[in-house]
Design a protein around this ligand. Sequence first.
Ligand SMILES: Cc1ncc(COP(=O)(O)O)c(C=O)c1O
Length: 419
Amino acid sequence: MSTRGTSPNLALNEVVAHRRAAGERLVHLGFGESRLPAFGPLVDRLVAGAHRNAYGPVAGSPGVRAAAAGYFGRRRMPTEADQVVVAPGSKPLLMALHHVIPGDVLLPRPAWNTYAPQARLAGKKAIGVPIPRECGGVPEPSALRASIAEARARGRDPRMVVLTLPDNPTGTLAPPAIVREICAIAEEEDLLIVSDEIYRDVVHDPATPVLSPAEVAPERTVVTSGLSKSLALGGWRIGVARFPAGPAGARLRAAVVAVASEIWSTLAGPMQEVAEYAFGEPPELLEHLAASARLHGAVAREVHRIVVSAGARCRPPTGAFYVYPDLEPLRETLRAVGVTDAPSLTEHLLDAYGIVVLAGHHLGDEPGALRFKAATSMLYGETTEEQWLALAAEDPVNLPHVRKVLDVVEDGFRKLCSS
Ligand SMILES: Cc1ncc(COP(=O)(O)O)c(C=O)c1O
């Protein structure tokens, strides 16, 4: 039996629950969940869908697939319903892609902590490529070329590159010029692009240009997305994949549907009801999405301000709900308190200041680097009342219940960095 560990973010959740049960007060920024309540009309659709108790088609019913096709179409990716597969989360769709696409996988380094273990579960090698200075979610183009050449020289066979637009863990969005460069490399090197766009509707400023590789290299891009992040529905498990048009895309989709048919059968009927409504994007839902993105942006920028004023380097967040600080400028100061790498840094933050973050090495980063991910979406409040208040606030970071936790974070970082 293989004894692979639990995903590090889920394991961290258990540590937090344990220590909280023992009476510790912790600020948990170690889990990538949007702490917002379910939007009322989504709950109504879930209830209305309760009667949908039959299995239904593996790829999803025609209605939900047509709605998802419309969603992609409104984002400059013209889509037919038969290019779409819905599933219980995008995680299983990504895993199915790893199963059906041969060869090894190129990943940005750092990247979301699930891509590399999924690749390994499918018997592949995950090849981490450093990210550019200005953003994460994509490999730095010249490093990508070098990594492909080096991997091939070692007898590896990279065939797929995963991009995260916007990115977890850096909370940034790759600009169109870099996306185009990656697409050009994918064409030259014959790579399939998997574009994970689960944070696409969590771009903080609606004026920010978003370019999907599916617009540039449509015949070689699979887009995955879902409702876990933008609509805070992680526990409802609704994911979607869009496959390229044409025969090669249809073959790839059929292979993923075959895996789906043997593992999860279909997305739960009531969730298809929810997804059909959500992908239809009625005005009230768009308003809710816009308010959520504003809140995510305001709090992420505030945490960015806090870590930068404590002396960290950190890319300014523009999407999703994360910051990825680098405490390298403070290495000497931190050595004095026994902090020399990512594991000792995150342990010290937890033990000395009750701040929980995810160490960078869990995301493929160098263990010796003083980097970590903080999920800023955990700061909106403990109760649904507090979370609704945060969503409605003009200036959410100065709401008393939000400020109180931000003050703990600010105090902790100030002390850590002047220790
Ligand atoms: C980049 C990224 N992709 C995919 C997922 C998985 O989402 P889902 O809930 O659709 O499985 C996550 C969740 O943390 C994520 O951060």
